[in-house]
Design a protein around this ligand. Structure first.
Ligand code: ZN
Length: 284
């Protein structure tokens, strides 16, 4: 029987799906729309240390205690408690990526039958770039480093959240909006759009002998950034119904061409300590 072009196209699509290879070092598979392993194993792969020039450590990250107990598990936090904490901090839910009553985005650009977002992707902005100059002493407070003006856009911000070194937040998109910000998501295509939420943490850079913006400050982030990151992580996880899998941009894109080198000098221990401080208030 002569195949009609339509049947041939369907046949090729099915073959393509069945033979699809996994993508990236942590092996994203379009079926079942996740990286390889349990949620904890995925986090260990996706949070491997990112060294200068985007060299991602080969060994899996050891998840610190608070994170290990949260990833893939119900948060055990009531909305009422979270809401009073948010108010005490002077925020509202919209200013933290959206309402606790709303779900996160779903895959395939918000298709109802697709899974909800699972990955909480941590980036650094790698800007501004001070070039050959040393970092000024005021990078945690200066407007030059911490202004959101270069990131703001009514519809086209590059991430869901922008977090400056003073702990202030600009919401580019509600966490319910499907948005891509890694090479891997773009390569997978529309199916991946909505499975990842993206946080850009402001970190300036300066020149490195082998990369124009390859040197990061050390420490890389402020205590205020870790505190807000912990808050955003718990809020997004509550909306998802389980602790999201945290991930570093560079670890997601490792092995793909034109990968990134962010975040630099991220301290898992400090992030975990911030989670611990917040959980102590939310689950007394
Ligand atoms: Zn990034």
């Amino acid at each position: 029987m002569k195949r009609s072009p339509v049947l041939l196209a369907v046949f090729l699509m099915l073959c393509g799906d069945a033979g699809a290879a996994t993508m990236g070092k942590c092996r994203f598979d379009t079926d079942p729309r996740s990286f390889a392993g349990t949620a904890s194993e995925q986090a260990s792969c996706l949070m491997r240390k990112v060294r200068p020039l985007g060299n991602v450590a080969a060994e899996p990250a050891v998840l610190p205690a608070n994170l290990a107990a949260l990833v893939g598990q119900p948060t055990g936090i009531s909305k009422a408690r979270m809401r009073s904490e948010i108010a005490a901090l002077g925020f509202d839910e919209a200013g933290l990526g959206g309402s606790l009553d709303s779900p996160l985005s779903r895959g395939n650009a918000n298709s109802a039958q697709e899974p909800m977002a699972r990955y909480f992707v941590i980036h650094d902005t790698s800007t501004p770039n001070f070039g050959e100059a040393q970092f000024p002493a005021d990078i945690d407070t200066s407007n030059k480093v911490n202004s959101f003006s270069g990131y703001k856009s009514p519809t086209n911000a590059k991430a869901h959240i922008f977090l400056n070194r003073g702990g202030e937040i600009y919401v580019g998109h509600d966490f319910g909006v499907p948005w891509r910000a890694t090479k891997l998501e773009l390569k997978i295509g529309k199916l991946a759009k909505g499975l990842f939420v993206h946080i850009e943490t402001i970190q300036p850079r300066r020149a490195h002998p082998h990369q124009a913006d390859g040197t990061a400050p050390d420490p890389g982030f402020t205590a205020a950034q870790y505190d807000r990151l912990a808050l955003l992580y718990l809020m997004a996880s509550m909306r998802a119904g389980a602790g999201l899998v945290p991930a570093f941009h560079a670890a997601i894109d490792e092995g793909l061409s034109d990968g990134h080198d962010d975040p630099q000098n991220f301290s898992l221990a400090e992030f975990d300590a911030a989670l611990g401080r917040l959980l102590a208030k939310l689950r007394p």
